[in-house]
Design a protein around this ligand. Structure first.
Ligand code: IMP
Length: 179
């Protein structure tokens, strides 16, 4: 597997994002950081350890790609435990791909009366976007590749890699089979 973003680069960028967030929320005592399970967990932990503003933590889990889902259809599998009415919500996501998941979650957070809603995404696969999503804090823009590591999986594997790698099938599809 090819390393796309090494660990040191992730750490450096996350420190920059944390500094920005600390600055922007310096006057807020109502911040709730909401992670989207499971992929955002590694990013969320490393980012939040560097936040100095008072905050609460909560999680959403949505259905992932797979059987029974069609593009644009997003199901909530685990809802928030906390009320976010009048809170400043910072949604933390691993990757924005088509944008359908985030669009649904952001609309739901606003509907529930959050005072403000912003999005922090580690990776932005901008070329794959099908619906517009505003990313307020973006780690890296990447090409339209399937990536794993640092929370991201392929079939629940590779989440624990400490870097982002490009997932490549074991057997390259373009190798001709012997006849
Ligand atoms: P979207 O709704 O298409 O933006 O998809 C967002 C979700 O799809 C992410 O939270 C990931 O769980 C998953 N996803 C999208 N691209 C990748 C990838 O390259 N690797 C692993 N998971 C991905």
């Amino acid at each position: 597997m090819r390393v796309l973003i090494p660990q040191e680069e992730l750490e450096r960028r996350i420190t920059e994002l944390a500094a920005e967030i600390n600055r922007d929320y310096a006057d807020s005592d109502r911040l709730v950081c909401v992670g989207v399970l499971k992929g955002s967990v590694f990013f969320m932990v490393d980012l939040l350890k560097q936040l100095t503003v008072p905050l609460a933590i909560d999680f959403f889990q949505t259905s992932s790609y797979g059987s029974g889902t069609v593009p644009g259809e997003v199901r909530i599998r685990k809802d928030l435990d906390l009320s976010i009415r009048d809170r400043d919500v910072l949604l933390i996501e691993d990757i924005v791909d088509t944008g359908y998941t985030l669009r649904t979650i952001l609309a739901l957070l606003r509907f529930r009366g959050a005072r403000s809603v912003k999005l922090c995404a580690l990776l932005d696969k901008a070329a794959a976007r099908e619906v517009e999503v505003q990313i307020d804090y973006r780690g890296f823009e990447i090409d339209k590749l399937f990536v794993v590591g640092y929370g991201l999986d392929f079939d629940e594997r590779y989440r624990n890699l400490p870097y982002i790698a490009v997932w490549e099938p074991d057997e390259p599809a373009d190798v001709p089979s012997p006849s």
